[in-house]
Design a protein around this ligand. Sequence first.
Ligand SMILES: *Cc1c(COP(=O)(O)O)cnc(C)c1O
Length: 380
Amino acid sequence: MNSERIFLSPPHMSGNEMKYIQEAFDTNWIAPLGINVDKFEEEICEYVGVNHALALSSGTAGIHLALKYYGVGPEDYVFCSDLTFAGSCNPIMYQYANPVFIDSEPNTWNMSPLALEKAFEWAKNVNKMPKAVIIVDLYGQSADYDQLLPICKKYGVPVIEDAAEALGATYKGKKCGTFGDISIFSFNGNKIITTSGGGMVVSNDEDAIKKMRFWATQSRENAKHYEHKEVGYNYRMSNICAGIGRAQLQNINKFIDSRKYLFEQYTAKFTGLPLASMPINKSGSPNYWLSVFTIDKLNEYTPLNIIECLEAKNIESRPLWKPMHMQELFSDYPFFSHNDVEIVGENLFKLGVCLPSGSSMNESQQNTIIKIIKELFDSF
Ligand SMILES: *Cc1c(COP(=O)(O)O)cnc(C)c1O
């Protein structure tokens, strides 16, 4: 057994993190806000190509605030990508609204334009037009916005881009996070860059960011004493966490290159095995957050065979996200599939496996993983 566990996507500190943390200590700006927070917001704006940003305690908090900004409340409907992490849609429940789940399409595994159109036609007929559509950029690859945005526009519904996994990915020359009316990123420990925990909302809508900033700091009215007229949240990022994020952001291109190299190595060395890599859409460049593979459905073995075999060697891997419409929590809500014969997300969940993809993983560790998987397939 490997003594040192290989994780799926562990944090990768790069050097300057302590410098910014030290600055925060030296100036005693430990909390709550401070210069690192302001700078981190500016630096994300610059990197992504948006005008305004708001640093938060999580990406989930960002989605919650965006839903609130679009007036989502009890009885309302919100469309959301089906193949995703629950952080995308839990905030719909915080507002006591109803999620409607939209299947994936096979080319990018992101929201299917066909299913989205079907959902809008249903909503129109039953008078349940959504207040917002949450579109996820899955596993660091952009959704097909040239297909999706015109549909949302036609129905006049704002888009919240959940780019939690996709900082640094592009679509037709523009960065993920520029496609939503409001977009969010996550800096959770397993993401492409981390602040230990945190998130950011970005938008060109200055009013939206202002309003969300107000709610995120307990809705404190402008007065010497604490005056409140609206419900607020304690959702801001600390100055220490933002310091980590600033140093991480300086290294994002290196992180993307490393993850891309891992993805290409897996793909090349799995030649001849019944494994296919996640399809890469030529209209963009992913950040290769996770290396995801699907097993050829003609075979009898399942992703679990790979996962258990790697686990026995102290190596972490995982199935794909279990689609939201398959979750007990969300089983009563509407769902629209890509077509009538198959549910794309269900197939992907059945056949897919996420392999270790950390930017700090070395070549010999990856070769060990590849060797274990090759031996497994040889044994069938
Ligand atoms: C990680 C993630 C989130 C939630 O981000 P947190 O910062 O952990 O709250 C939301 N959506 C997707 C798709 C994610 O991967």
